[in-house]
Design a protein around this ligand. Structure first.
Ligand code: PEP
Length: 253
């Protein structure tokens, strides 16, 4: 935590919840939220964004999409474009989540185009990066993440780079219960800042929020959030229960 940077607590609901459960989850979070200057963002399944957004009206909770296509519009059956995301009033979009990269084969090039499209339409891209277990074991965590960042930011001006939020999510920690130790997470976050500094400037590196994601729970958040380069968390499983998500947010209050 470094209070000079924006602090963000985000929940990725993945492909879970019915419409009623999604609305109740959003209402429950809104009701339990105490005054906070932290940014709270929820990513419901795309079909529920509109009703979840309506449920969050008048609350500080921001709503985002879990994915988005990069073309503005066209014959792209099954896809959701940036104009549609904007039209719902959503303000964030997850880009390059590891499930998109590794289950649906999204490449760094597609992810780059999605980041560019989000910025062009005034939507905040939450860019997910992170290494596989075999990459960590082969000593390639830093080079993997460096490549993901360099390619995602390719050609972006410093002004546009500052519109991106990064989530470091080691793939081996997502949905596995194997959270990264605060030391591992901190070292990767510091490395991400070093990469941004090489690409841009000290100011860019020191300003972009870098969140940690991967099996964050109420009982492990405190150690992670105490780290100087961790500016919040992206939570999957534990964001699907009102109480556990609120307990995670409470460490930041
Ligand atoms: C995620 O979906 O981005 C995530 C981090 O999931 P979990 O918290 O369940 O590991």
């Amino acid at each position: 935590m470094n209070t000079k940077r924006k602090q963000i607590f985000a929940g990725n609901w993945k492909m879970y919840t019915t419409q009623r459960e999604a609305v109740n989850l959003a209402l429950g979070i809104a009701e339990g939220l105490q005054k906070t200057d932290r940014e709270i963002v929820i990513f419901p399944p795309s079909v529920y964004v509109v009703c979840v957004k309506a449920a969050c009206e008048g609350t500080p909770i921001k709503v985002g999409f879990q994915n988005m296509y990069f073309e503005k519009e066209g014959a792209f059956t099954g896809e959701i474009g940036p104009l549609m995301v904007k039209d719902t009033g959503a303000s964030y979009v997850l880009i390059g989540h590891s499930e998109r990269r590794h289950i649906f084969g999204e490449t760094d090039e597609m992810i780059h185009k999605k980041v560019v499209a989000a910025i062009a339409h005034g939507i905040t891209p939450m860019l997910c990066v992170g290494e596989l277990l075999e990459e960590r074991e082969a000593g390639k965590s830093e080079s993997t993440v460096e490549t993901q960042i360099v390619k995602a930011f390719e050609g972006l001006t410093a002004e546009d780079a500052l519109k991106v939020v990064i989530a470091y999510e080691p793939v081996w920690a997502i949905g596995t219960g194997k959270v990264a130790t605060p030391e591992i997470a901190q070292s990767m976050h510091a490395f991400i800042r070093k990469t941004l500094q090489t690409l841009y400037t000290d100011t860019v590196a020191e300003t972009i929020p870098v969140l940690y994601g991967g099996s964050v729970k109420p009982d492990n958040i405190a150690g992670l959030y105490a780290m100087p380069d961790i500016d919040g968390v992206l939570v999957g499983g534990a964001s699907l229960k009102v109480q556990s998500f609120l307990d995670i947010i409470r460490v930041a209050l």
